[in-house]
Design a protein around this ligand. Structure first.
Ligand code: DGJ
Length: 571
């Protein structure tokens, strides 16, 4: 049996000490540039998954699904709270599904984030109860420019707001009444992917009247007060019209569909603010909204326009100050670009939905390493595999070990995320006086899948600097080399085989070589397990072939692991 060595780790820590006096209510707390979610008095990273839309609509399904989620290694599940099933008869509320969810979550050691599928779900109002839908005179719809009513409740209607807010408030009261002690419910998403479709704004009579009226002084004052830190898109849009502070929407922002979108975002955000205020007064836990991306070159009205999108963050922040953050739902290509748009000085990154796939585990590592994310959640998580060999299951097991360590270093610029595929093979990083070259594992030609035409899997991980000469490297399918900054000198040298010898007659390739300065050497590489108290247990020492005889640190594509690396210097 493998002998495990317990290291006396110099930075052993009890990270809960700093929070011992704070309340057990889930909350958000700043640490450096990061915003941390605090659960049970400790920083908590959501290793999550969101259920498919209809998967929490029967007690049997909830019973069946939750044990699997625990086997998959989730610590949190995002679950719809369906307005139509909660209030099937106007004024009569049924919380059977909510109770079942909370009960099953507790049984399976999961936290819950409820998603309020209220007036809007992916723009539409399909989760509004039938009594609401049928009474379209009392609960009016949004209209297109051509006058067509949509199955989208109007955000300008006080009756819509009252009905939605009343049901949502009942939900919050119910959660408060059953979850004051255990705190199973850690956050609430208000509505789901709000946004106008077909046109960039609602053309109902009420909307048209407000569109012609002056822009609210609340919005203008807020923009003026935050002018130094506005999103570049908003700064330009407003600046193009001379930063006017009085006038109607078109006078201040110009006459185009993006102005229509700003107008609409102001309406949606103010509406959401009323629900957020209700929630805060009843049961004060973190609140967020999610957005469908404005991807693939689409214009407002083609995507759910006016949703909580990055370019509209200032409107949403001004209109809904009680919302803690705006979150992206990520299904399109360009994952790294999208997440970067949502990690802002005034917005921590939380991903409530991402496409579930082979690369999900790598993406999770990336967002925690690169952006100090609050959490990561593939969508339709119950359709994934609970086989322990599955990338996401492996990734979550390792991230769970890493959680206290990551939490300790969040917001201090000590970690980087890695995410590779066939197009993005390499990333060069820098810490102290080191140049750290990181690559996709298949940049090593030794695995036949690297060159036999196989599609390279999405791989990734994170690098955490513990000290000048001490790193954690974790994830899957990565190769890392360390050089002192002064070492860079390019030579043509023979390509090396896996054994480190030049291949007979092999190709030449470019490599760095000594330039006369001090060099960085790999001292030791240990595959480790991180214990709950923060100490490390060595699983095995990696050297020889596993480090290319000391040339690099690597983790294969079929595994996730955590490596503890010590460097040294020589000349
Ligand atoms: C994003 C939505 O927020 C989800 O509820 C779901 O509809 C997915 N899109 C589609 O798969």
């Amino acid at each position: 049996m493998q002998k495990k060595v317990i290291f006396a780790v110099s930075f052993f820590f009890i990270f809960s000490l700093g929070f011992a006096q704070s309340s057990a209510t889930p909350s958000l707390q700043k640490q450096g540039t990061a915003t941390q979610l605090i659960v049970n008095n400790r920083p908590f990273l959501i290793l999550g998954g969101e259920l498919g839309n209809s998967s929490a609509s029967s007690v049997e399904d909830i019973e069946q699904i939750f044990p699997k989620l625990q086997r998959m290694g989730l610590n949190t599940v995002l679950v719809p709270a369906y307005w139509d099933l909660i209030e099937p008869v106007e004024g009569t509320f049924d919380f059977t599904l909510i109770d079942k969810t909370i009960h099953q979550a507790r049984k399976n050691n999961l936290k819950v984030v409820f998603l309020w599928f209220g007036a809007w779900k992916n723009s539409m109002s399909c989760y509004a109860p039938l009594w609401f839908k049928k009474d379209y005179e009392k609960y009016p719809r949004a209209y297109t420019k051509a006058g067509k009513p949509l199955e989208i409740a109007s955000s300008f209607s006080e009756n819509v707001l009252q009905a939605d807010n009343r049901a949502f408030s009942q939900l919050m009261k119910h959660i408060a009444s059953i979850d004051k002690t255990e705190r199973t419910v850690i956050m609430i998403q208000i509505e789901n992917e709000i946004g106008m479709l077909e046109n960039a704004r609602d053309y109902s009579r009420e909307a048209n009247a407000l569109f012609k009226a002056d822009v609210s002084s609340v919005l203008i004052d807020c923009l003026v007060n935050n002018k130094e830190t506005l999103h570049p898109w908003m700064l330009e849009k407003w600046g193009n019209h001379g930063f006017r502070t009085t006038g109607n929407w078109q006078e201040i922002f110009g006459d185009d569909i993006y102005t229509d979108e700003i107008f609409m975002a102001w309406s949606y955000s103010q509406y959401v603010e009323k629900l957020a205020k209700s929630a805060r007064a009843i049961h004060n836990i973190p609140l967020f909204v999610n957005a469908a991306m404005n991807s693939r070159g689409r214009k407002p009205g083609e995507y759910p326009s006016a949703g909580p999108l990055a370019h509209l963050i200032d409107v949403w922040r001004c209109g809904a100050p009680n919302i803690d953050f705006l979150s992206p739902d990520l299904y399109d290509k360009g994952f790294t670009g999208w997440v970067a748009q949502y990690k802002l000085h005034n917005n921590p990154l939380f991903i409530p939905e991402a496409r579930l796939g082979q690369g999900s585990g790598a993406q999770a590592f990336y967002v925690f390493g690169e952006h100090d994310a609050i959490g990561y959640c593939p969508f339709s998580i119950e359709s994934g595999s609970d086989n322990p060999e599955t990338p996401l299951v492996q990734a979550y097991a390792k991230l769970k070990e890493l959680m206290p360590l990551l939490a300790k270093y969040q917001g201090k610029d000590m970690s980087k995320g890695l995410l590779f595929d066939q197009e993005n093979k390499e990333c060069i990083l820098s810490f102290d006086d080191l140049t750290i070259t990181t690559r996709h594992y298949f940049s090593l030609p030794w695995d036949p899948r690297a060159t036999d035409g196989s599609v390279w899997p999405e791989t990734g991980g994170l690098i955490l600097r513990l000290d000048k000469d001490e790193y954690i490297i974790a994830g899957s399918g990565i190769v890392v080399e360390f050089k002192k900054n002064g070492e860079q000198k390019i030579l043509e040298v023979k390509e090396l085989g896996e054994d480190g010898f030049a291949n007979a007659g092999g190709n030449t390739q470019k490599q760095t070589a000594w330039s006369g300065s001090t060099r960085a050497g790999i001292g030791t590489v240990d595959e480790i397990k991180i214990n709950e108290d923060g100490s490390f247990s060595r699983i095995r020492r990696l050297s020889g072939d596993q480090t290319h005889q000391g040339r690099h640190v690597r983790i294969g594509v079929d595994e996730f692991s955590i490596l503890h690396v010590k460097l040294y210097e020589y000349r």
